[in-house]
Write a protein that binds this ligand. Structure first.
Ligand code: ZN
Length: 102
């Protein structure tokens, strides 16, 4: 079985989010406890972690992000918008390989 690299494990322990400094409360409803939701998952999971593209969500909203594709898309757009306040579209495309804003 393949184990996680130590670099990835370290990233997982030291999570940060570009969307909020408060990783203890749900970004939507402010409740706790929360899970850290990876905004761009799948093949973008590592890139997402390295660039702090995550968001704290309570169990209910985390579940909602999993089953509701519209809400999921809104989170992706929100995160890209935030990133592009300080970076270019080109930089975003280099990281995630997809533009969610058009
Ligand atoms: Zn919530």
């Amino acid at each position: 079985m393949k184990t996680k690299t130590s670099k990835l494990a370290k990233l997982e322990r030291n999570r940060k989010s570009i969307l909020t400094d408060d990783l203890k409360h749900c970004f939507i409803c402010k409740q706790s406890p929360v899970d850290i939701h990876e905004i761009y998952s799948g093949s973008n999971r590592k890139a997402s972690m390295e660039n702090n593209f995550c968001i704290p969500l309570c169990r209910e909203h985390h579940q909602f992000a999993t089953i509701n594709s519209l809400f999921n898309m809104q989170l992706k757009r929100l995160c890209q918008t935030k990133f592009e306040e300080t970076h270019s579209r080109v930089e975003f495309m280099q990281i995630i390989k997809k533009n969610y804003l058009e």
